[in-house]
Design a protein around this ligand. Structure first.
Ligand SMILES: [Zn+2]
Length: 132
């Protein structure tokens, strides 16, 4: 399979597929995981996880603040299905409708900081309304 030509959105350098250990991620949950990492890493601290099977990037490369935002957005979103309010498929459909975006774009790894904040707000409002 041809490797996609992926660029770092911060500095324009090429992104290189590297094992998690290259990022200092050595815990067992990162075993076999790969990341697209900016060629200028660690000077440019930007990367995104790769899908294990296809080895394609899960989204766009993210710097530390954006990675934190995406992590927080995922925690808020995952509560919708992990806490049993809906199935995971329903949760993704809900997200698409709330954000008015197609299925192909409804992946948190593709989201900007602004969109992550939207997700956190929407999911928190949803779970709060359920609990009330
Ligand atoms: Zn970069």
């Amino acid at each position: 399979m041809k490797r996609p030509n992926i660029k770092c959105p911060y500095c324009g350098s090429r992104a290189i597929l590297r094992p998690a250990s290259a990022l200092g991620k050595t815990s067992p949950c990162y075993q076999g995981k790969e990341f697209y990492v900016c060629a200028r890493y660690p000077r440019c601290d930007s990367y995104v996880a790769a899908h294990e099977r296809s080895r394609l990037p899960m989204g766009t490369l993210a710097n530390a603040p954006l990675r934190r935002k995406r992590h927080d957005a995922h925690l808020a979103f995952d509560r919708l299905w992990k806490d049993g309010y809906m199935t995971i498929d329903e949760a993704y459909r809900w997200l698409q409708v709330q954000l008015g975006i197609p299925k192909t774009e409804a992946h948190i790894a593709m989201f900007s900081e602004y969109r992550c904040e939207q997700v956190i707000r929407l999911c928190s409002a949803f779970t709060a309304a359920q609990a009330a």
